[in-house]
Every structure is written in structure tokens, then in C-alpha cells.
Design a binder for this molecule. Structure first.
Ligand code: SF4
Length: 304
């Protein structure tokens, strides 16, 4: 006996399972019959056994006695207790070259003062990494650079710590990866070469709408750098080995109207390395229709 997964969600004509994280788009005239067969799995099995088997493999159908919630709780416990992978978030500074109106840094009472992690702390972080590798025997180290703008102090903090950590991981046969949440202003060719050297391959870079809107939010005395930032996204995608870029579109009530402008600036060959992530600015109220959806957001997501 089979049943449909309780984690199946329909988003228009897309069937998504939030447990297996699989999705299938259907044509509009298929949706009702798929919904029917998901509710009536015996008929599904009788009429389309091969399709049902595929649905089961993708997690949309499960065995009737399978308790998905129990299984999630079980996996969560295993992950919490047994996972020794080490995720280390490091803020080289809370300083930033920009002053976005929605930034959390000032909102929580922290100052954008000129200050970075000092050299003594850099050495202590290295010592900590050595301890985690040699004593705690972590199997995987993930460095996560955050700020403020972390690349402001790339040469003083990120490069020396990463180089040290990577060499130690290689010597101990430990997996290593590194990610930076950055506004990308400081990225140039020299830095990109060093990203490859220290295996900094993953980036989250914000775009605040089209050129005009982005430059309104992120600028130096009114001068913005939208084209430069988009060029850096293209350069990372082209030159950083195994690059993965999350282009984060921070949106308010107006941003979405022109958000797709960015598509024309991203070279086609780079697009497969870029994941677009829409995030409503946290101070802005939700926009939603009677069904709870933001129609414009859905439309823009489809186009992107
Ligand atoms: S770029 Fe990021 S850290 Fe800098 S001011 Fe804007 S939100 Fe804050």
C-alpha cells in the first residue's frame, strides 16, 4: 500500500516535495489528474505502475506505514549527534564600504567603525583550526566569511587563515571548502587568482534591482558600482574553478519591477554557475494576494 507524501506542495503547475527536495513541472491540463492519482494511489498503481515507481523514487509517494515526520526527527538527531563536519563563520570586520539603509549592522547597535580582526586573533583562529583538525579529528572544514564586508580585509585576514587551513586540511586528508558573503566591490583579477589558490569558490553577492535602484542603495557619495559588480560576477563564474554564486536579489516594493534587467548582463555561458535567491528586505511588509502569494515575485522568478 502506498500514500502520497505529506510534504508534497503544489506551486501552480509544479509539484514540489519539501522532504526530498525534488520538483516536477506539469502542463496545466495534467495537474488535476496528477492530483487525483496522488490521492488515489491504488488506481495510480493499477493504471500507471511505472510512473508510480518513479514518483516513489522521487519521494512524492511513500509506503503507507512510513512515518515521514518520525524519520525526519530521527535524521535530525543523527545529524546533530554524529555530524562532526565543522562550519566556522568568521567576521574579519563589521566595517563596510557601503551603508545600505536596511543593513543589520547598525540596526543591532554595532558601529561601522574602522576595525578589523587583529593579527593576534588571526593567529588564535589558526590555532583553533589546528586543534579542530588534529585533536577533534573533524572530517570536513567549511570556512564561511561574513561581515560587514569581509573582503575589505582579504589580505590581512581571509588569505592567511584560508591558506593555513587549506594546507593543514590537505596534510590531514580533510575536505575543505570556503564561502564568502560579499558585496563584491573589492574583487579584482589579482584577488580572483588568490581565490583559486585558497579554494574560495562559493559566493553570495547582492543585487538590489536594476542599475538605478542598485546604485541608489549601494554607492559612495552617490556613485554606484552596479556594472562593476555584475562584471565581477561574470569574472568569478569564468575564472574561479568550480565557482558557485548565489546572486541575492534583495527586494522592496519597487525592486521587482525591473529586477530582470540583470539577465542581459550575465553572459550565457556563466548562467549555470549562478543561483538566484530572492529575499524580501526584512523591514518591508509582505505583499500577497488572497492565496498568500506575491504574483509579481512568482512571475519574476519564472523569467529568471
Ligand atoms: S553591503 Fe552588506 S554589510 Fe555592507 S552596508 Fe550593505 S548590507 Fe551592510
Amino acid at each position: 500500500m502506498k500514500k502520497q507524501s505529506k510534504y508534497n506542495i503544489w506551486v501552480n503547475n509544479i509539484l514540489y516535495n519539501s522532504f526530498s527536495e525534488n520538483a516536477i513541472p506539469f502542463s496545466e491540463n495534467e495537474v488535476e489528474s496528477i492530483k487525483y492519482y496522488l490521492e488515489n494511489t491504488n488506481e495510480f498503481l493499477e493504471n500507471y505502475p511505472e510512473i508510480l515507481e518513479k514518483f516513489e523514487k522521487l519521494g512524492f509517494i511513500v509506503k503507507s506505514d512510513f512515518n515521514e515526520l518520525e524519520y525526519i526527527l530521527y535524521r535530525n538527531r543523527i545529524d546533530t549527534l554524529q555530524n562532526k563536519n565543522y562550519h566556522l563563520t568568521i567576521n574579519p570586520t563589521l566595517q563596510c564600504n557601503y551603508k545600505c539603509w536596511y543593513c543589520i549592522v547598525e540596526d543591532v547597535g554595532t558601529k561601522y567603525e574602522q576595525r578589523r580582526m587583529n593579527d593576534e586573533t588571526v593567529e588564535l583562529v589558526k590555532k583553533h583550526i589546528k586543534y579542530m583538525i588534529e585533536v577533534e579529528k573533524i572530517p570536513y572544514l567549511y570556512l564561511d566569511w561574513f561581515g560587514g564586508e569581509p573582503l575589505m580585509y582579504f589580505y590581512e585576514v581571509i588569505y592567511p587563515i584560508s591558506k593555513y587551513a587549506l594546507e593543514l586540511c590537505n596534510a590531514n586528508n580533510i575536505s575543505f571548502s570556503s564561502h564568502a558573503t560579499t558585496n563584491a566591490y573589492y574583487i579584482d583579477n589579482k584577488m580572483i587568482d588568490l581565490f583559486n589558490e585558497i579554494k574560495l569558490t562559493s559566493f553570495q553577492i547582492p543585487i538590489d534591482g536594476n542599475e538605478k535602484k542598485h546604485n541608489l542603495v549601494k554607492n559612495h557619495n552617490g556613485i554606484g558600482h552596479y556594472k562593476q559588480i555584475v562584471e565581477s560576477i561574470n569574472n568569478i563564474a569564468k575564472k574561479v574553478i568550480n565557482a558557485h554564486i548565489i546572486m541575492r536579489i534583495n527586494y522592496d516594493k519597487q525592486t521587482l519591477n525591473n529586477a530582470t534587467d540583470v539577465i542581459k548582463y550575465i553572459k550565457e555561458e556563466n548562467r549555470k554557475k549562478i543561483f538566484v535567491d530572492f529575499q524580501r528586505i526584512w523591514q518591508i511588509d509582505l505583499t500577497k494576494n488572497e492565496e498568500g502569494n506575491n504574483d509579481l515575485l512568482i512571475e519574476i522568478k519564472k523569467r529568471i
